[in-house]
Structures are given as structure tokens and as C-alpha cells.
Design a protein around this ligand. Structure first.
Ligand code: CAA
Length: 387
């Protein structure tokens, strides 16, 4: 592992400032209301497309911004600061869908889909998980059978972020049931394709403005040219995509924890008990100091994984470390920040209860904390130890 100490470049700082302003002026204004109504922030994604946030790492020739991963995580954590629902959609779209099409798509696929994705016209979704295949995606049972110039997909995918609002879905399916990892392939499926049905929409405790749905494939016919890479590459594509996705969840965690810390500091400066501001109590100040230290540690892990990706190194383990530490961290931080708010933290009068609910899933999706430990320890022992 190469250790790194770095200073953000002027360009990275400019992107951070621009996204911070957009996030706090636009995204933040409706976040609480959308949490209540579960309304998807569709118009914000159009604006984010115009600002270049919907294809940040995609090369300029395909309509992207061609930024590095450091700029991307800076931007994503700024969006998460205001609205974690918006951030998860941005994360899956950029880290997983745009990255996979750019890395594994052929020229026709990139020319066709990347401009639609980067403009925000199409939001991307990633359909890997199934009712009985979560941590173990190899056990999925969705099938794709070749029929002439098409594949016919059948099966049910579960917990799909942006399942209802996505314009393009990357779906994995078995093309060879006799094989395990090498029997899985990945396909690009457009919204509106006959046989692609949006099923149950989950009523979640957090991230309520981001739709999470079942996607049901019923004799869904997809042109054979929509296969990503080639038959049997689907598992590798999914795992590579999740490496980058996990950096995205780290960024989301950093953003939400910073928002929770700032909210706690603001509250502590205003709240008086025992004839003084509660911010004067050493017990509380030490809590704040520990919270700030943990957030900084998570931020450095996030930067480290992003920098390794930018240098073209294998960053699988570092992405899992960043995801593991920061997703556990944000749950501690939002819990402490809520505690500092006292009884008011338990009400909807303050945003901290939303941050607390939103953060809960971060240790679960894109690989649970337990799976991150499997990935990290497998990389240490290199013995492919099974969970
Ligand atoms: N990059 C490239 N290839 C990889 C890889 C990676 N990160 N990880 C594994 N592979 C390759 C291996 O090299 C191996 O290839 P060979 O057969 O050629 O040697 C192959 O994939 C199989 O690897 P493993 O034996 O390690 O696979 P496994 O079945 O034991 O699974 C696992 C490993 C880490 C447990 C994996 O299944 C995993 O990550 N599970 C969690 C799944 C997950 O994160 N789901 C989240 C759903 S998506 C989501 O939440 C998105 C959303 O909407 C928010």
C-alpha cells in the first residue's frame, strides 16, 4: 500500500465549493419535506446533470466531466450533507452505472448511453440483489436465455435503488446455470422495455426520497448487443462496480456525519442548562472532539481509496475499509449528535432524526459490514476464505 499525504488541487477545491453552494441552496431546501412525502427529487437530478454531477468520472468525449475520483467523492459528500436520498441515487448512478458502462461498454454502448446518463436524462440503477441472494449474489436465480438476436430475461430483483425512476438498469442474470461466477452476465436494459415491471416500492425508515423497488423481469427481451462485455463477465463487472460503489458510500457517510456534527455544534451553542450553554460542558466538548476525529479518519480513508483508484492500483480492500469504517462511524456520530440534542433530537423539529434514520442502511447496502470484513481479510490472507 502506498501512503499518501496530499493537498486538494485548485480544481478539486473549485468543484467542492460549487457543489457545496448548490447542495445547500437547492438540495437542502426540500430534503425534509421529501423525507416526509417520499417525493423523488427528479428536477434536482436535471440540474445536477447540467452541473456535470451525473457523469463526473466519464470522459468528456462521452458527455462527462472527466474528473478524478477525489473530485467525485468531494462532490458526493457535499450532496450527502444536505440530502442522503439524493446522494445514494447520485452514487449508484456515477460509481456503478456510469463507471461500468465506461469501463466495460463497447463503443456503440458508450456512444448511445453515456450522454443520456451524464446529462441526467437517464438515471442509472444496478439490479444485482434478489430476494434470496443478497450477500451471496452468485446464488441469484434470474436467467437470461439467448434467443436469436435477443436475450430473454426472467427473474425478480430486490431492493433496487432508483428502481422506479431509472432510465437504464444494469441487470445481472445467469446465462449458464451449470457455472457459478462465470455463469453470470450483465445486461443494459432500458426503462419501458416490455417485460420489465416495477414491483413493490419499499416503505423505508430512511432515504425515503430515493425509491427502492423490486424489478420483475417477465420474458423481458433485450437485444443481444446490450450485453456488457461478454457472457460470463457479469460477476466481475458487479464486483468491480461495487468497489467504486463502496467509495461512494464512504463519501455519503462522511457527508451525513459532517452534517450531524455541525447540527450538534449549532445546537450545543444555543442550548442552555444549569445557567450556561451546554457547549461549555467538558463532557460534551470531548464528545464533539471524538466525533470530529472519527469523521476526519473516515475522510482520509475515503481519499486514500479514491487516490488509489485514480492511480490505477487495485483498491478493492481500501474501498472496503473506507466503506466499513465510515458507515459504522456515521451511525455512531448521528447517534451522539442526536444525544446532544436531547429530547428535541427525537422530534422532527430538527434534522438530526432524519440523519440518524438515513445513516442506518449504510452498514448494510453495497455489502454489509460483515461482507467488507470478508473482502478485507480475504485480501490479507489471499485464500478466498468464504463467509
Ligand atoms: N474485482 C474484480 N474481480 C473480483 C472482485 C473484485 N473486487 N472480487 C471478486 N472478484 C472475482 C474473483 O477474482 C474471482 O474470479 P476468478 O473466479 O476468476 O478467480 C471471482 O470474482 C469470485 O470471487 P470470490 O470467490 O471472492 O467470490 P465469492 O462468491 O466468494 O463472493 C463476496 C465474494 C465478497 C462475498 C461478494 O459476493 C460480495 O461482495 N458480496 C456482497 C454483495 C453486495 O455488496 N451486494 C450489494 C448489492 S448492490 C447495492 O446495494 C446497490 C444499491 O442499490 C445501493
Amino acid at each position: 500500500m502506498i501512503y499518501m499525504f496530499f493537498k486538494l488541487t485548485d480544481e478539486q477545491l473549485m468543484i467542492q465549493t460549487m457543489v457545496r453552494e448548490f447542495s445547500r441552496k437547492v438540495v437542502a431546501t426540500t430534503a425534509a419535506e421529501r423525507d416526509r412525502t417520499k417525493e423523488f427529487p427528479a428536477e434536482n437530478f436535471k440540474k445536477m446533470g447540467e452541473l456535470g454531477l451525473m457523469g463526473m468520472m466519464v470522459p468528456v468525449e462521452y458527455g462527462g466531466e472527466g474528473t478524478d475520483t477525489i473530485s467525485y467523492v468531494l462532490a458526493l459528500s457535499e450532496i450527502a450533507y444536505s440530502c442522503a436520498s439524493t446522494a445514494v441515487v447520485m452514487s449508484v448512478h456515477n460509481s456503478i452505472v456510469c463507471e461500468s458502462v465506461n469501463k466495460y461498454g463497447n463503443e456503440e454502448q458508450k456512444t448511445k448511453y453515456l450522454p443520456q446518463l451524464t446529462s441526467g436524462e437517464f438515471i442509472g440503477a444496478f439490479a444485482l440483489t434478489e430476494p434470496h441472494a443478497g450477500s451471496d449474489p452468485v446464488s441469484q436465480s434470474t436467467t437470461a436465455v439467448r434467443d436469436g438476436d435477443e436475450y430473454v430475461i426472467n427473474g425478480t430483483k430486490r431492493f433496487i435503488t432508483t428502481g422506479k425512476n431509472a432510465g437504464l438498469v444494469i441487470v445481472t442474470a445467469k446465462t449458464d446455470e451449470a457455472k457459478r461466477h462465470k455463469g453470470i452476465s450483465a445486461f443494459l436494459v432500458e426503462k419501458g422495455t416490455p417485460g420489465l415491471i416495477v414491483g413493490n416500492i419499499e416503505d423505508k425508515m430512511g432515504l425515503r426520497a430515493s425509491d427502492t423497488t423490486d424489478l420483475i423481469f417477465e420474458n423481458c427481451r433485450v437485444p443481444a448487443e446490450n450485453i456488457l462485455s461478454k457472457e460470463g463477465d457479469g460477476f466481475k463487472i458487479a464486483m468491480t462496480a461495487l468497489d467504486c460503489g463502496r467509495i461512494g458510500i464512504a463519501a455519503q457517510s462522511v457527508g451525513v456525519s459532517q452534517a450531524a456534527l455541525d447540527a450538534a455544534v449549532k445546537y450545543a451553542k444555543g442550548r442552555e442548562q444549569f445557567n450556561q450553554k451546554i457547549s461549555k460542558f467538558q463532557g460534551l466538548r470531548w464528545m464533539i472532539a471524538d466525533m470530529a476525529t472519527e469523521i476526519e479518519a473516515a475522510r482520509q480513508l475515503m481519499f486514500s481509496a479514491a487516490a488509489m483508484k485514480d492511480r490505477g492500483e487495485n483498491y478493492t480492500s481500501q474501498a472496503s475499509m473506507a466503506k466499513l469504517f465510515s458507515s459504522e462511524m456515521v451511525n455512531r456520530i448521528t447517534g451522539k449528535a442526536l444525544q446532544i440534542h436531547g429530547g428535541y433530537g427525537f422530534t422532527k423539529d430538527y434534522p438530526i432524526e432524519r440523519f440518524y434514520r438515513d445513516a442506518r442502511v449504510f452498514t448494510i447496502y453495497e455489502g454489509t459490514s460483515e461482507i467488507q470484513r470478508v473482502v478485507i481479510s480475504n485480501n490479507i490472507f489471499k485464500d478466498k476464505r468464504k463467509p
